[in-house]
Design a protein around this ligand. Structure first.
Ligand code: NAD
Length: 496
């Protein structure tokens, strides 16, 4: 039995956990290992290691820090397939998709290699006679990263490189459903030369997360997960005086206008709807077909969906299993509810014949047509391979529908009309917009984040926001007066 250990102070540590969680291969249903679930004592030990390491790492030169970043980049690039295989074995997503996730994480490492430039301050000489003013950015301290199951490598890599490059130390609490990628990454950082204690991985469930949120030595929290938990994380961490960014769930709409290239739109809807079995925060879960394209578009989406091969991600399938049996059953329950509430089942994933072991957590891709706001398949984040099509009479109706949704993570518009696309990108209340692009995950030198119930806090992840989140600004005003300039003056300082 493979039993994972925490990674604390540069080495594996069993801790004193009395609780363990089972790990599964979702493509077979078999138990493959166990993960320790930390209690407060283990979390405290990890925080102590991060606090001690901060004293040295925060003073390590920019050159010293970037050398570790470059070494880590080389190692990860060389061994990315190894990590992709770990992801597929525990998450279930197909190998090519797992590799894509690693590559997107690698881009953030490459971005963070530019930290000497990215963290530069400003300097104004002579703001007053013989007075100069300049700004510094300094690290915060130990920071916590709490990540979800659906991107076990990419989401940690949204935060780790930027937090570490800017001189912080990190406590990563990965999802207990697929935690092996986090342990593998920690070992790779150590191999790259990262000093002990700068990155610590503490495994666990909500108990470990809550201890991190309340620990007085944790300076900031970066969280990614579902909206109810993101709200709890934001409120709890803010109450204890921490800086916090909490990215939540999503219900991403793709609007298809009557002048769109329908083949392009159908390709995009199927790719972004069923990639990673719909377990992506940037998955398209709702297609809004603006009259009169509905019937034609649904037919093209259905054709493509029927052609998808569902199976073990190691066997060249298009789509793998869901993360757990419970989640598979929950998603299937939505299909039953959708049917009862009046949606039309155009392609039924409940009848899929997968290329994989019988015990896998299978559910095929499903297309539901004539979905309406108010149905549970529309209101809830399903987080599975279910694409709902809503019909809208006009563009204005489609835009109003998207803006009425409580989530605001990502959206896309498909059209050949530049003016309509421009109007949409200006007016839509969503943080990330694609124009004829279905999954607009911004590049590493922009920032990732939604609006409304998809993000609690001010800072988005990585990019310029990431650098700002993990550093505090300081402004220095300095003067080197000559002895003759001395003298008491109680007047308010003014510039001259
Ligand atoms: P989740 O909210 O169940 O768990 C996320 C993390 O929080 C895990 O590490 C988990 O152990 C911990 N956690 C769970 N319950 C907790 C609690 N009550 N208190 C404190 N910590 C708790 O999410 P998940 O199921 O792992 O991931 C899927 C969700 O994440 C979806 O809603 C998806 O949209 C969202 N997500 C959002 C983004 C984004 O960028 N906005 C990206 C990826 C995933």
């Amino acid at each position: 039995m493979n039993r994972l250990a925490h990674w604390i102070d540069g080495k594996p540590w069993d801790g004193e956990a009395t609780r363990y969680g089972d790990l599964h291969d979702p493509a077979t249903g078999e138990v493959t290992g166990q993960v320790p679930l930390a209690d407060a004592a283990e979390v405290d030990a990890a925080v102590a290691a991060a606090r001690d390491a901060f004293a040295t790492w925060s003073r390590t030169s920019l050159t010293g820090r970037t050398q570790v970043l470059f070494a880590f980049r080389e190692l990860l690039a060389a061994r990315r397939r190894e990590l992709a295989a770990i992801i597929t074995a525990e998450h279930g997503k197909v190998l090519s998709d797992a590799l894509g996730e690693v590559n997107r994480g690698l881009e953030v490492v490459e971005f963070a290699c530019g930290v000497p430039h990215l963290s530069k301050g400003d300097h104004s000489a002579g703001v007053s006679t013989d007075v100069d003013t300049y700004s510094l950015r300094q690290p915060l301290g130990p920071v916590a990263v709490i990540s979800p199951f659906n991107f076990p490598a990419m989401v940690p890599l949204w935060f780790l490189p930027v937090a570490i490059a800017t001189g912080n130390t990190v406590l990563l609490k990965p999802s207990e459903k697929d935690p092996s990628a986090a342990g593998w990454l920690a070992e790779l950082w150590a191999e790259a030369g990262l000093p002990a204690g700068v990155l610590n991985v503490v495994h666990g469930d909500r108990r470990a997360a809550d201890r991190l949120l309340e620990h007085p030595d944790v300076a900031a929290v970066s969280f990614v997960g579902s909206t109810p938990v993101a709200r709890h994380v934001y409120e709890t961490a803010a109450r204890t005086g921490k800086r916090v960014q909490a990215l939540g769930g999503a219900k991403n709409h793709m609007v298809v206008l009557p002048d769109a290239d329908l083949d392009l739109a159908a390709d995009a809807a199927v790719s972004a709807g069923f990639g990673s079995a719909g377990e992506r925060c940037m998955a398209i879960s709702v297609v809004v077909a603006v009259d009169p394209v509905g019937d034609d578009l649904v037919q093209r989406i259905a054709e493509r969906t029927r052609g998808l091969r569902v199976g073990d991600g190691r066997r060249g399938a298009d789509m793998g299993p869901l993360i757990t049996a419970e989640h598979r059953d929950r998603v299937a329950g939505y299909l039953d509810a959708g049917e009862r509430e009046g949606a039309t089942v155009v392609v039924d994933g409940r009848t899929v014949a997968p290329d994989g072991a019988a015990g896998g957590f299978w559910l095929g891709p499903t297309v539901l047509d004539h979905v309406r706001p108010g149905m549970s398949v529309y209101t809830d984040e399903i987080f599975g391979p279910v694409l709902s099509v809503v019909r809208a009479g006009t563009y204005d109706e489609a835009l109003a529908l998207v803006n009425a949704n409580p989530y605001g993570n990502g959206t896309a518009v498909f059209t050949t009309d530049g003016r309509a696309a421009r109007h949409y990108q200006q007016e839509v209340q969503v943080g990330m917009v694609g124009v004829n692009v279905p999954i607009p995950v911004p590049m590493a030198y922009y920032s990732f984040g939604g609006w409304k119930a998809s993000l609690f806090g001010d800072a988005h992840a990585y990019g310029a926001d990431g650098i700002a989140f993990y550093t505090r600004g300081k402004v220095v005003t300095s003067r080197w007066p000559a002895p003759r300039d001395r003298g008491v003056d109680l007047g308010f300082p003014q510039n001259a």
